[in-house]
Design a protein around this ligand. Sequence first.
Ligand SMILES: [Zn+2]
Length: 273
Amino acid sequence: MNRDFTLNTYRRFLLSLLEAGYMFVTFGEVREWQVKFPHEPLPWQRYVMLRHDVDKKAGRSLLTAQIEHELGICASYYFRVTPQSNQPAVIRSIAELGHEIGYHYEDMSIANGDVEKALAHFEQWLTYFRTFYPVKTICMHGAPTSRYDGRDLWKTKDYRDYGIIGEPYFDIDFSQVFYLTDTGRCWDGFRVSVRDKVPAQAQWTQQGRVFHSTDDLIACLSDGTYEQKLGKTVMITTHPQRWTNGIAPWLQEYMSQNAKNLIKRVLLWGKGY
Ligand SMILES: [Zn+2]
């Protein structure tokens, strides 16, 4: 049996996407085209936007970035302001490999819901991340235990005013783009996710467009059912800290995620889900 969420499995997954004919286009590239040519179809027929939320253990994201680079793939890496994520040497190396860098923002939680403070904090850190890369996309950090939803920052203010052209939760039409996330350390963890979810997932589940393990996805890519199940356009979100080859860190991820999933279930239950 293959262990899931290892770098070897990650590489096999990427290879099976390439073999099935998916191109890899960054979210930033897609948004640039859409902003420049709003009435024209996109130039990519079948493509994946690969997104990485670097929540912690930033060093591990350099390993996925290197694997992608070897395979000629560009992805988008979103970094938080926390010390576990914001590691300048890692951010610099990933940018040098040709990947997109973005801001994984959680300013509302940090500012305890004070919108003015949160906006000032957002601007300050966006400027910081732009010292590594000309950041043009951002992505909310889900923060399951926080009472604040990061997206509330944009109730009174427009991120376009900061030169940002894309935020996946606002700028992707999920009736056209299939979404996969490794939240919960499986591919159907949106059931226990507090914020990393999109409304279309309920419908996709009814249609059988749901996967548990990475090997389920690889099987779908090799048996041809990806045409119906994945469709032409997919955003794949991973948290690189989960993907490791070493037995001890792999076991640690495995056990801590089981505990976290239990806590999330209790939180959702408490909210009446
Ligand atoms: Zn996150």
